[in-house]
Design a protein around this ligand. Structure first.
Ligand code: CTP
Length: 407
């Protein structure tokens, strides 16, 4: 997915061992469709060569403010004017201090100072030893660069190159890509609290076996990510799936439909948007054996009885919060035929403002999908596309409906 298509990023490297991760970050930017201009400080060149960064970005690297390649000899002006963003990764403690002071004695600091602040955002990915990170001077400087308009991307925690363990590591390249992509998304859902259910449920029969389905959770996870990118606070109630939690999303793992109901009803008390994508089992075994159900050698098969699970979406849609229009509910319908007809009927049955239909067998486990949006007055098709693209479009559709629906 070309998430950064059309974007031009100036990637600034300062002195730190995390420079080795910047090679991968540069590659990810290029793969995501961005053009990348690398600028390195003298200290960064101690850790990685400009040759590596040139090969990965496909552009010669700038290291000096006296670079004669620029006809006007002003690389600090020319480079920053073209950028959609300047990303400093890694950004050392020293460089943060230099930004705070407005220093301009090398190309990168000069360029950051000379950037047109209103149209060229500065994003910084700090990287340092945990003691340096925790030092009051660093924390003070970080607050100051943020107050001066920079976006501080946060740090990872764990083993550090110095052998110590703690906060201050640069985020991994994939995490940085996710955060930087999110940065460019319009914050249409700022101030909203979005609750998403995702994945299958697992209804245990005994300690070994149970009943589940093919839902991969990918659509729900994409929706949680898209909601977060759009500026919402997001809670994701996930059935058993092996997917990484989108950045900045709080995740609650559950197993059965009953667990999912409990977690969802609780979180729904403070949510303002609820998107039910989970493929909740309609039935669960009437009894749950404490021990494994064994064959008795007679050839007789066990008889299983089922009871119906609660409809989570319906329960939330009927809550006081949803009925008083403080909570906008969106349902999904996994159908195998007659999508439009079933989707319309399901929306009315569940009493929700928006229902999203899709053909189950064509989407389970896939990375892309096609959706049909059904509300009280219209239907709209979102043609086949990656699930994240569809999730972003869905967030726009939800945001557009909120003002009218709330009054
Ligand atoms: N859903 C739910 N709890 C259930 C069943 C469904 O929250 N016990 C939600 C799903 O997350 C989805 C919507 O209801 O948003 C529709 O789910 P779907 O399985 O398509 O429909 P059902 O209501 O189960 O109806 P049917 O099986 O008759 O198609």
């Amino acid at each position: 997915m070309q998430e950064l298509a059309g974007k031009h990023i100036v990637l600034g490297l300062t002195g730190g061992i995390a420079c080795y991760k910047s090679a991968e970050l540069c590659r990810l930017f290029v793969k995501a469709g961005a053009t990348v201009q690398v600028v390195m400080t003298e200290a960064a060149e101690q850790f990685i060569t400009p040759v590596t960064m040139q090969a990965l970005s496909g552009r010669t690297v700038y290291t000096s403010q006296w670079d004669a390649r620029e006809p006007n000899n002003m690389p600090h002006i020319n480079l920053s004017r073209e950028a959609d963003a300047i990303v400093l990764a890694p950004c050392s403690a020293d460089f943060i201090a230099r930004l705070v002071q407005g220093r301009a004695d090398d190309l990168l600091s000069l360029m950051c100072l000379a950037r047109p602040m209103e149209r060229v955002p500065l994003l910084i990915a700090p990287a340092m030893n945990r003691e340096m990170w925790a030092h009051p001077a660093t924390q003070r400087n970080l607050m100051q660069v943020a107050a001066d308009g920079a976006t501080v991307l946060g740090v990872g925690s764990g083993w550090q190159a110095c052998g110590e363990t703690g906060d201050g590591r640069m985020l991994e390249p994939a995490q940085l890509l996710e955060d930087i992509t999110a940065f460019f998304v319009p914050k249409l859902l700022a101030g909203q609290k979005v609750l998403v259910t995702a994945g299958p449920t697992f209804e245990p029969l005994d300690p070994i076996r149970g009943i589940t389905n093919h839902s991969s959770g990918k659509m729900g996870f994409a929706i949680a990510r898209a909601a977060r990118e759009a500026g919402a606070e997001v809670t994701l109630v996930a059935g058993p799936v092996h997917l990484p939690t989108p950045r900045g999303v709080s995740r609650i793992d559950v197993l059965s439909a009953q667990d999912m109901l409990e977690a969802t009803l609780h979180a729904a008390q403070s949510a303002s948007i609820f998107v039910a994508t989970a493929a909740v089992a309609d039935w669960r075994p009437a009894t749950h054996s404490e021990q494994k159900i064994k064959k008795d050698g007679s050839g007789k098969t066990p008889v299983l009885n089922f009871v119906e699970n609660a409809d989570i979406l319906l329960a939330v849609a009927q809550s006081e919060r949803a009925q008083s229009r403080k909570l906008f509910c969106v349902g999904f319908a996994a159908e195998s035929e007659n999508l439009a007809e079933h989707a319309k009927a399901k929306r009315e049955r569940k009493g929700i403002p928006l229902l999203v239909g899709n053909i189950g067998p064509l989407t389970f486990g896939q990375d892309d999908n096609a959706l049909l949006l059904v509300d009280a007055t219209s239907t709209r098709e979102l043609p086949r596309a990656p699930k994240l693209t569809l999730a972003r479009e869905l967030m726009t559709e939800i945001a557009a409906r909120l003002p009218d629906w709330r009054v």
